[in-house]
Every structure is written in C-alpha cells, then in structure tokens.
Design a protein around this ligand. Structure first.
Ligand SMILES: NC(=O)c1ccc[n+]([C@@H]2O[C@H](COP(=O)([O-])OP(=O)(O)OC[C@H]3O[C@@H](n4cnc5c(N)ncnc54)[C@H](OP(=O)(O)O)[C@@H]3O)[C@@H](O)[C@H]2O)c1
Length: 323
C-alpha cells in the first residue's frame, strides 16, 4: 500500500454527513497536509496549536491550496470542502490541554478522527511546568491526556484515534520505565533515547486503547523520513555546526526521504481508509505510505505497554487530572 494517491479515501459531503476531526500540530510539516486532505475530504477540522498567528496563517494557506487543487479537477469531481477551525493548546502546559478538550466538547458532540500529530525531536533536556521531560510531555503525555478527555466524543461515533509515532522508537532497545529521564551527558546521544521512549509510549498507548476501547479504531504510524519539516530546526539552527546538520538531513532526505505531503499518507490512511476495521486492525502500526508494519519488541510487548499506561495514569492523577 505505497500508492501516494489519496483519491480512494472516502469523501463526506459536509451538507449531508458532518464529520469532525482534530489534528494537533496541523500548522506545519506533515500535519499541514493531513489537515489539507481532511478538509478536502469534507471534514470540519479543528487545528490544535500553540501559536494563533501561525495556525491562522496555515489555515489561510490550506484554504488557498485546496481551492487551487479543486479548480484543476473536472467539474464532476468537485466537492464542497469542510471547515477549518483553530483550537488553542500548548502541549507543554497540561492545563491548556484540559481547556482545549473542554472547549471542543462545548462545540461538538462527536469526534470522528483524533490525530495526535504534534511533536518535537531531540531537544536538549528540559522540564516542563508540569514536571515532565519536554519530549515526553509534548509527544506523549499531553496527547494521552487530550485523548482521554476526548474519548467519550470519539466513542459516541465509533471514531478513530491516530498516534503519530516514529521509526526512531526503535532506538529504545530495552524497556525503561518512563520515570527514568536520562538527563546524561552527552545530550546528542541521550536526547535520542528520550525521543525514542516518548515515541514507543505513543505506540503502546494506541495498543492499550485498542484493547480497552475496542469500539474505537486506534492506530500508530511512522510517517516516513520527511526532512523538509520544522522538526529538525533545533539542530539546523545551531551556530556553526547547524550547517553540517542541515547538509546531513538534506542528504538523508535525498536518498531515503519522502515529501511533506507523502509523509501525511500513513496518517490519512489510518484515519480514513475503509480497508482498516476495528475487529482486525485495532492497535496496529503503519509505516510510510500506510503499509502495515511491526514496531519494536519493546513497543509491541503488552506487559511493557500496561506498565506505561499505569505510570501515565498515576502521574496525571498525581497532578490533579481527573482521568
Ligand atoms: N519529519 C520526520 O521525518 C518525522 C519522522 C517520524 C515521525 N515524525 C513525527 O511527525 C510529527 C509531525 O512532525 P513534522 O515533521 O511535521 O514536524 P513539524 O513541522 O515541526 O511539526 C510539528 C508540529 O507540532 C507542533 N508542536 C510542537 N510543540 C508543540 C506544543 N508544545 N504545543 C502544540 N503544538 C506543538 C508544532 O507547532 P509550532 O509550529 O507552534 O512549533 C508543529 O505544528 C511529529 O510527531 C514527529 O515526531 C516526523
């Protein structure tokens, strides 16, 4: 299944069948194209992001791009598009996540597709105001909280939940409890382990959700190596050595990479394809283009997944979140 054409995915006419999606980090990179295609497939898309200006600019550009693409289609193939809305949330501040979920629930009764896409990669060690390591909170813990708060809306319409993970999860070659924060020197090595642990946890989360909530289709994806997004900007903006990292990432992209739009295909197939069904595909992991794949041993092991689940529930409850 590595056909990049998304034309076979179902279209929902918003005038007859309202479908709602929420995408975190939909203002840039892979998320931008994920939002574009959901919008063109008729969805009302809530784009959850931390910077209102950046998100508004993205929504304007997405509308423009959709219009241009539709104009190129034959008149018979032109459909009404959905809606685009901004939802304010900063994943490094859990109170804003709780507030975003509350706002969403006050506006919509159902959520057909939740895409936990936003992420950061290989940042220096730092702790958020909620006392989690920054990569762990942004990539995993905040999405866990958001998902649990929105779960009733997803269950109401038997929707789907997609976790955008990464092939980088394989760097966690043995299971470590998430309470181990690996704040060791050199950061250039240990930051990758922290990223891998957060992305492993995202896969485990999808697996556990699939078991605990079988009426929802939950999947995790690796989007592909997509080197033209902002994910690498911490490294490419470093003084002096940044240029070498930039060159390295460009090289990887040239030989192994896919475009930003192709990077959205795995997520979109998981979110929309009628080939996937709750009974057979729940908890599965897809890779570039939407091909079914097997995550690492650590991510696949259900005992480890259960430990990760319990750890997260306790940590969030200790901070006063009612989940
Ligand atoms: N690119 C790749 O090769 C690759 C490979 C494997 C997995 N992935 C995963 O794919 C996902 C999308 O990444 P991308 O490559 O498209 O990178 P990107 O262009 O940097 O997009 C990341 C998005 O996450 C948002 N975000 C980051 N921190 C946030 C926070 N605290 N609160 C709210 N939103 C936040 C960003 O918002 P701002 O614009 O406000 O920063 C941005 O919209 C990530 O989960 C990443 O780990 C990417």
């Amino acid at each position: 299944m590595t056909d990049w054409d998304l034309g076979s995915l179902p279209y929902y006419n918003p005038r007859k069948n309202r479908k709602v999606a929420l995408v975190t980090g939909g203002n840039s990179g892979i998320g931008w194209y994920t939002v574009l295609h959901l919008y063109m497939h008729g969805f009302a898309v809530y784009v959850a992001g931390r910077n209102a200006n950046r998100v508004s600019r993205a929504l304007k550009d997405i509308k423009k791009e959709a219009k241009a693409r539709i104009q190129k289609l034959d008149p018979g193939e032109r459909h009404p598009v959905g809606e685009l809305k901004f939802l304010s949330l900063d994943l490094t501040q859990l109170t804003t996540v709780e507030k975003a979920a509350k706002t969403f629930r006050s506006l919509e009764t159902t959520l057909d597709v939740l895409i936990n896409n936003a992420g950061v990669m290989a940042l220096p060690y730092s702790i958020t105001e909620d006392d989690f390591e920054i990569q762990l909170q942004t990539n995993y813990v905040a999405h866990f909280l958001l998902t649990m708060l929105l779960l009733p809306s997803v269950e109401r319409c038997r929707g789907r939940i997609i976790s955008v993970s990464s092939i980088g999860h394989n760097l966690e070659v043995q299971y470590f409890s998430l309470s181990q924060s690996f704040n060791y020197w050199p950061n250039i090595l240990f930051t990758w382990l922290r990223y891998a642990m957060a992305k492993t946890a995202s896969i485990q989360f999808a697996k556990m959700l699939a078991i605990k909530h079988p009426n929802v289709l939950c999947m995790s994806v690796h989007p592909g190596l997509v080197m033209k997004t902002n994910l690498f900007s911490y490294w490419t903006r470093l003084p002096i050595v940044g240029i070498f990292f930039w060159f390295f990432f460009q090289l990887v992209g040239f030989f192994l990479g896919v475009s930003n739009e192709q990077g959205s295909v795995a997520t979109l197939r998981a979110a929309l394809s009628t080939q996937f069904e709750r009974e057979w595909d729940n908890g599965k992991y897809l890779t570039t283009g939407g091909r079914e794949s097997k995550p690492s041993y650590v991510a696949n092991n259900l005992d480890h997944a259960t430990s990760t689940w319990l750890w997260t529930i306790h940590e969030l409850r200790d901070r006063g979140f009612d989940i």
